[in-house]
Structures are given as C-alpha cells and as structure tokens.
Ligand binder design. Structure first.
Ligand code: MN
Length: 204
C-alpha cells in the first residue's frame, strides 16, 4: 500500500478510476458535534489518497467534491451511514452509487453478529487489522506515521471485501435487497443529520 498525503484536496492530475473505497476520520462519532479531520480514498490497486483537514475549511476541495458527486463512480464504505453523514454535512453535497460492506455483511454473514471491519478482514480475507490508532486525536495539526498507516489500512481492503461479499450476496439470493439498501443509505444518513436522536421513520 502506498499512501499519498494531501491537504484539503487531491491534486488535479490524480485519476481515481471508476470505483473508490472511502473512509473518514473525525473528532468523534457524533456528526453534529465532531468535525471531519481526514478522508481516505483507495483505488483498489494499492494506492491510498489521504486528504487532511487541519482546519474545518471545506471550501477548497473541488477535485474531491467532484469525485464524490460523480454518480458514475462507485463509492465503497464500511458503515457508510456515518461517513456519508459526515461528508454530506461537511461539503453540502449529494452522494449516490454507494456500497456498504457492513450492510452486505449483515445480509449474508447471518451466522455471526460480528460485522466490524476487523472481523470482516479476518473472516473473509485472512488479514489481521491493527486498530490501535482508531481512537487517536485526528484533529492534530500533523498526523503521525502510525495514524496515516492506520487510516490507509481502513480503506485498502474494501474492494477485496466487496468482491467476497458480492459472491455471498449472489449465493444467498440477496443482491437485489442489498442494492435497495445501498440506494437508501445516503437518505438514511440525511435523516441522521435531520434529527440527532436516532430518528427511525420505520418504527411505530
Ligand atoms: Mn477509519
């Protein structure tokens, strides 16, 4: 894996291709309170583009926003519900054509209740992920090499996981259901942004 670190945007000459894996690091898990600090993008070929936001200035990210708003580009997340809410809120954009490895896992790996990225990597790819930097200070003006390596490792396996999960979705006859869930996911994130307290439009 090769990490490329940038500030506020990716350069003009970076070609991300038609399918990107995306993760975000924030100051915490409450998208109303906790600002975006880092976006990681993997092209699936070993390159990872890290975009650092030392300050919460989301007005200088033209290339990044163009990539996120390109409906022909597939965006793979793990627990995209959170990342989508953070991205929609920070950049005031719509994001379509998304895939979530956690949702796919919940639809097919019904033999377990363990759907974290760490568990998926271990179970489906035989890869052991080190999550020690997960709860570090992502708002720091300079990120440590350990933080950058960790951040890259959070996106670099998502294409491989998607391939494995797609095969399982087909095998179990749940691809159509999965696609409907992925299509709804950005709207689920918008509902999270509308009401802070787990607003569930499907509950009684
Ligand atoms: Mn992460």
């Amino acid at each position: 894996m090769q990490n490329h670190l940038y500030t506020y945007d990716i350069p003009d000459d970076v070609n991300l291709g038609g399918s990107i894996a995306i993760d975000t690091e924030t100051m915490g898990l409450c998208c109303h309170r906790d600002r975006l600090c880092l976006i990681q993008i993997s092209t699936g070929e070993g390159n990872c583009y890290l975009v650092h936001f030392p300050e919460p200035d989301f007005s200088k990210s033209t290339n990044l926003v163009n990539a996120l708003e390109d409906d022909s580009t597939e965006k793979i997340f793990h627990y995209g519900r959170f990342d989508l809410a953070v991205l929609i809120q920070s950049f005031k954009i719509n994001i379509k054509n998304v895939y979530c490895t956690k949702i796919a896992s919940k639809l097919v790996r019904t033999y377990t209740d363990k759907h974290s990225l760490k568990h998926l990597c271990s179970d489906l790819l035989g890869v052991s992920l080190d999550k020690t930097e997960q709860s570090s200070d992502w708002g720091a003006p300079t990120l440590s090499p350990e933080q950058l390596n960790y951040a890259g490792s959070d996106v670099v396996y998502l294409h491989n996981l998607k391939e494995k999960l797609d095969a399982l979705l087909v095998r179990e006859g749940r691809m159509e259901l999965a696609k409907a869930c992925f299509e709804f996911l950005p709207y689920r994130a918008m509902l999270d942004l509308m009401v802070a307290d787990n607003f569930d439009i499907f509950s009684h």
